[in-house]
Design a protein around this ligand. Structure first.
Ligand code: AMP
Length: 201
């Protein structure tokens, strides 16, 4: 059955993930699962706007499942990350800062999938913005096949060493299961969307 087009998404989820596919097929499957869940949930996907790597797989799976998809890409990366021609909106911006700001403003929740340093940077930025109170949107990490285990161990170590506290750490929602994680982010995003202190980024 053809997916129904969703004209009014109920929630906008920003996905950060690799511009490469990674070596383990589990990463690709997880990216497709997240895209499909976004479509089936009637949500909108906001992402980096490319067709490269996991980014392209999330977008294509979301489109196939009927999601509205918004991409934001700096003009300098149009070639390298293969700007996606089939999105509902593709914003070509001048700088990486504009990209990240627009992605954050257009989203109600954030999730990072496996990726490289670009993904880490995006995740840490939006997590630190959250702890500073610049926004109140939930932030998640999908730990596919233990990819982020060493990072999670390190984060525990940062707590023991006294540089991060448990409240900051608990702002990051971690799960190995895409369905469970997206459900949790959806619930938290709806709780967070109280009128006044919303969209402060
Ligand atoms: P990567 O995880 O390195 O494959 O990159 C994933 C995405 O993050 C790509 O769309 C990159 O363009 C983007 N990216 C790379 N560097 C940065 C950065 N400094 N800030 C935000 N995003 C970045």
């Amino acid at each position: 059955m053809e997916p129904l087009p969703r004209m009014s998404p109920t929630l906008s989820l920003c996905v950060y993930c690799g511009s490469r596919p990674g070596t383990d097929p589990a990463y690709r499957h997880a990216a497709e699962a997240v895209g499909t869940l976004i479509g089936r949930s009637g949500w909108q996907l906001v992402y980096g706007g490319g067709r490269a790597g996991l980014m392209g797989l999330v977008a294509d799976a979301a489109l196939a499942a009927g999601a509205r998809v918004v991409g934001v890409i700096p003009s300098t990366l149009m070639e390298r990350e293969l700007g996606h021609g089939g999105l509902h909106e593709l914003h070509v911006v001048e700088t990486m800062h504009e990209r990240k700001q627009m992605m954050a403003e257009r989203s109600d929740a954030f999730v990072a999938l496996p990726g490289g340093i670009g993904t880490f940077e995006e995740l840490f930025e939006v997590w630190t913005w959250r702890q500073l109170g610049y926004h109140d949107k939930p932030v998640g990490l999908l730990n596919v096949r233990g990819y982020y285990d060493p990072l999670l161990d390190f984060l525990r170590q940062t707590e023991q060493a006294g540089f991060v506290n448990s409240a900051q750490r608990e702002l990051l929602q971690v799960d190995t299961d895409p369905t469970a994680l997206l459900e949790r982010l959806g619930t938290l995003a709806r709780q967070a969307s109280a009128p006044d202190d919303y969209r402060r980024i």
